[in-house]
Every structure is written in C-alpha cells, then in structure tokens.
Design a protein around this ligand. Structure first.
Ligand code: SF4
Length: 464
C-alpha cells in the first residue's frame, strides 16, 4: 500500500495532489478502495484494481475548484477529488450535474476554501517587529496560505514580511517566497503603532446604523478577533450605536440653513466673518474657501454673478478669474468705477465638476440655499442699480418662473434696488463662438446701468 502524505500548507500542494490523481488513474486505483488517513492528512491507496486511464480527461472548469479543494483541511477531500475524476472518465456530463452528491460536495468545499482565503486576505494584520520588517499571525480554517501567498507578495513585497499560521510560515524578502513550519500565536508580538491606526480606521468607518451582530459575526468570525486590533473597540461601538443612530436621525431631520450662522448684528464685515461656517448646502465640503462679495458698503451699483470659479476659489475673491477680467474691462469702458461697485455671486462656494477643477453650474437647491446671503448683502448695500449677470443670478433674485431670455437687456422691478438690469454673464462671452455680440450686450447693459445712476457717480467715473 502506497500513500500520498501532504505537508501542511505545502506550497506545492496542488501539484502534488494533481500528480497523485493522475498516477492513480493511470494505475487503475479503485476509488472505493482508497481511504483517507485523517491523522496524517494523507490519502492511502490499496493495490491497483480496475480500469486504467493512462491519459485521463480533466473537465474544463474544474481546474480552479480542484486546486482550491486540494487545500481543504479535511483529508477526505482528496478521496472526493479522485472519485470525481475517476467517474468523469466514464460518466458523460458529470460536471453539469449540479444535484450529484459528489459535485455538490465539491462546490461546497470549494466555497469553504474560497471564503477562508478571502478571510485571510481581509484579516491578516501586520505588526512592525523590526524597523521596516513586518509579521502577522493568522489561523485559517484550511491550508489557504499557499493560495493567498501571491496576493500578499504582490501587495506588500516591497518590504520584508512573514505570515505565521499554525500549519506553515511564509517569508517574503525582496520578492522571494520561502516557507517554514508553522508557529504559535506568541511568534508575533501583540501590539504596535499599527494597531492604533487600524482601530482609528475602524472607528471612523463603523456605521452604527448597520449594526447587525449576526452578520458581523459571520463576516468576522470570533476566532480571528484576537489578532484583529479593531475588535477591542467593537463592544463599545455596538453599545453606543443606538445613541449615535438617534443623533444621526435628529441631525438628518434638521438640515442646516444659512439662518443658523447669519449674525444678529449685520454688517458686510460680520456677514463675511460668518459665511465660512455655512453648511446649508454640500458645496462647502470640496470647495477651498467661501468667496464672499467685495466692494464698499455704500456702493451704488451691485453686480451679481453666478458663483466663484477656479481662480476665485483659490484666491477667495470674486471676479478675479478670466471672466472677472473681462467684466472689469467692460466696466471700465462704460465708466463704471470699481470703487463704486459691489461685486458678488448668487452662490458663495465653488462647485467642482466631479473631482475636477472645472466650473459646474450650481443646482437649483444650492442657489436657493445660498439666497439668504445675497439678500443680506443687498439689504445692507441698498444699491441704486442692481445688475444681474446671467441666468443663475436672474433665477436667484427674480424666481424660477422668470425666464432669463425674456428679461435679458431690460430694466425690471425688484424689491432690491430702484433699477435692476439683466444681462449676460461675462463667462458666457468667453465660451461663445460669437463672443463679440455678447460682449456688446454686456457693454450696453452696463452703460444702461451707469445711465440710471445720479450724476455724482458719472462725475467720479470721468476721473477713473
Ligand atoms: S454655497 Fe452658500 S449655502 Fe452653500 S454652503 Fe456655501 S455659503 Fe452656504
């Protein structure tokens, strides 16, 4: 009687199993005569008796499951593999018979090994045992270390590390994998600075609203807890979850508004100081800073644009990008002095397009959320002439029912100023093919705005 004795977690386990299966088939070993030696993790074989298969067929699609099941801890798995392969030589369509007990067993054992390999990838926690040298201890259910060795070598192979398990130890140094016998839990020290990082990460990502203890235990079996530093916080996190969920619900019920941060004593200065604390819409998150209006408190003309662009977001000032330069140029050409005008936007934070620094038009909800800031500015400045630059400013102050195209180039009545002029935004000129015509529109509108002012500003304009 000969046998196949496998080293636990032998890196060549699959090659050894495959070679033995082939040889048994070639010699005609009877599957019913084989038995597994559980104590040794071995497959013992009786004298060959039966049909020989010197060039056995191996079903397409079984390579992966066979390779994984060869790493199943139960030595009877080897007998299962041989029985399946032996039957496949004479039974047509065996791999497709999902209800066949042997096929079902193969699928079940394959799933168990896959799950265990996944857990090894997820739950191995390295500790720094020497400067820039790392070690981890893990206890898998099956002999999965050879199956996941490549994953760890690719991921962490730029520095020396070792993974200890009770069955075998993997050492990786300069891309070379070497194997050694298994080691007890004490082979790796208990804690280091990395533990704190794991715990911090886990605390930050723990979602108290999804605390399903049964699912958590299934996903993170208790036997791995001793090597998972984050589980030290689990009891406390679970205990405080109901209170955190209640607090989250209370916060969600009450969406912050501009009113939360609007100062009681209003001046342009106090508004400007309060605006960075605004959380009334999501734009404050990715933006660099709030971009508040700029100009004298007694300005007689207020120009309202859309929202800060890239340059404005970086510098924290309105109309300092290409569109702003164009606006100032046109203002100068019609004699609107910057020292007499207040420049602001409908929305005070930059809107990224995805993660890119490309201006994106604000959503209606953001314009609405930000409107109280604009109202507060206009109440303080009380301009003689208000100029709305573009559709967003028009929608913000005239309402969504008023169409920009219907009021463009006109003077309309609003509660914010004796005269309100609607015109194009300078960025539209930069984007347009026929920019000259649009520039002419802007120039005419600003000239109209200037003409609506009392003569004092016109005198000032001539000096500018
Ligand atoms: S864009 Fe306006 S409403 Fe939104 S957070 Fe900024 S200041 Fe507040």
């Amino acid at each position: 009687m000969r046998g196949l004795t496998l080293e636990p977690s032998s890196p060549d386990r699959w090659r050894e199993v495959r070679g033995t299966l082939r040889r048994l088939l070639a010699e005609g070993a009877d599957p019913a005569g084989l038995f597994a030696d559980g104590a040794q993790g071995s497959l013992l074989e009786p004298a060959p008796a039966g049909q020989r298969f010197p060039t056995p067929r191996f079903p397409r699609g079984w390579q992966g499951p066979f390779r994984r099941v060869a790493h199943h801890r139960d030595p009877d798995s080897l007998r299962l593999l041989y029985r399946l392969l032996h039957r496949h030589q004479t039974e047509k369509g065996l791999p497709e018979r999902a209800l066949d007990p042997d096929v079902r067993e193969l699928v079940a054992r394959d799933a168990a090994v896959r799950r265990d390999a996944h857990k090894a990838k997820a739950f191995v926690r390295f500790r720094e045992v020497a400067p820039d040298t790392f070690a981890a201890w893990h206890r898998p259910d099956h002999h999965v270390l050879p199956l996941v060795a490549g994953f760890f070598a690719r991921r962490f192979g730029d520095r020396p590390f070792a993974i200890f398990t009770p069955d075998a130890t993997l050492h990786v140094r300069e891309g070379e994998l070497t194997w050694a016998p298994g080691a007890p839990r004490s082979a790796v020290p208990d804690a280091d600075g990395l533990d704190d990082l794991w715990r911090t990460y886990y605390r930050a990502t723990f979602n108290p609203a999804r605390t399903n203890l049964k699912a958590m235990r299934a996903e993170m079996p208790a036997k791995h807890w001793s090597t998972l530093p984050e589980t030290r916080d689990l009891r406390a996190l679970v205990a405080e979850a109901p209170a955190r969920v209640a607090a989250m619900a209370a916060r969600a019920e009450r969406q912050p508004t501009v009113a939360d941060v609007l100062p009681e004593r209003r001046s342009l200065e106090t508004l400007r100081e309060a605006a960075p604390a605004c959380r009334a819409c999501p734009l404050h998150g990715p933006a660099t800073q709030v971009v508040f209006g700029e100009g004298p408190a007694d300005a007689r003309v207020v120009l309202v644009g859309e929202q800060p662009g890239d340059q404005e977001d970086r510098r924290g000032r309105p109309f300092v990008g290409p569109a702003g330069s164009l606006l100032r140029e046109v203002m100068a050409s019609v004699g609107l002095p910057p020292g007499e005008t207040y420049l602001t936007n409908s929305v005070k934070h930059f809107r990224f397009r995805g993660k890119r620094r490309i201006h994106d038009r604000p959503r209606a909800g953001e314009v609405q959320a930000c409107r109280p800031w604009l109202h507060a500015e206009l109440e303080l400045v009380k301009p003689e002439v208000l100029v709305l630059l573009g559709a967003t400013a028009t929608r913000s102050l005239l309402g969504s029912r008023v169409k920009f195209r219907d009021v463009r180039g006109k003077v309309v009545a609003t509660p914010f100023a004796p005269h309100t002029v609607v015109t194009v935004h300078p960025s539209a000129i930069l984007r347009a093919e026929d920019g000259a015509t649009l520039k002419e529109s802007l120039s005419s509108a600003l000239a109209l705005a200037r003409s609506l002012l009392s003569p004092s500003i016109c005198r000032a304009a001539t000096k500018w």
